[in-house]
Every structure is written in C-alpha cells, then in structure tokens.
Design a protein. Sequence first.
Length: 168
Amino acid sequence: MEHSSSDIGRFAYFAYGSCMNLSSLSISLGCQVAGYFVGAAVLEGYRLVFNYPSMTEPFGCANIEVESGAAVEGALYQLPMSYLELLDRREGVSLGRYRRCPVEVRSSLSTRTNALCYRSLITLPRERAPSTQYQAMMIQGLLDAGVSERYRCDLVERLTQLTHLQRD
C-alpha cells in the first residue's frame, strides 16, 4: 500500500455508487471533495448489484457482493479522518443499513491501496432498478470518477434493462 506524509490523519475511501458523484458527496460532507479525489480505482472479486432498498422509495440502490472474477470500478478518495462520521451518517451505519468494510483497490497506475467502502446489511431478494434521480447521479459519478468507458457503458445498459424489467 502506498502512503505519503500528507496521508497521516486520512483514510482511503472507495465509492462505487452515488458517492462517486463529486457534487453529491460534497453536499454530504459539507466541503468540495474534488481536492480529496485520487482517481478511478478497481475493486476485484466483487460485483455491483442494486439490491439495497431505498429508505424513501420503492427503488434499489447500489451495493456490492463478493463474486470471484468480477470487478467494480469506482472513485478513490483520501479523506480526513474527521469525515468518517459524516460518511457513516450518509450511509446509515447507526441505523444498521450499511457497514464499513476494509478492501484493497487497484488504481489506474496499478497501485494497490487499502481502503474503506460500505456494504449493505439489508438486501432485497432480487435487484430493483434505482430511481431516475439516483441513476442520473450515479452516471454523473461514473464520469466524475473517470471509470473506463466500457464499464460505464455496460452499467448504463444494465440500468436501462433493470428499469424496463421493473416496468413490465
């Protein structure tokens, strides 16, 4: 894992859902997070699923599940430790909705970094399409994070399919 003296008092955070969106995460943390953004990263051995139930609407939200050979692309941040509580609040940790998980991600330079991410403790029996607003926030987040074009296109197609299946 790579460290520098400026990383003291910080933690690496891997975002794969709406927190990839710089604007959305900036609102939650009360600061401009672009300065903490490291770049795109890949979490190997997991797949992205939409089986986390929204608290306010009948839609799904992003979650990750272990799956050999799969990979999730997302955003890597180096955040001050003081933001950990704010992230926990956003993710509903105290409500038992998500939990923090240590993971190892690979950056675009093939550097391996130990990071925190969040996994849902509550899941639906099958995937459910995210709301139109969540999808737009996530698609912008994919652009903000700089994930690969293939991953972005595949995910947009998957979201479209989930939306059509849910309507049928």
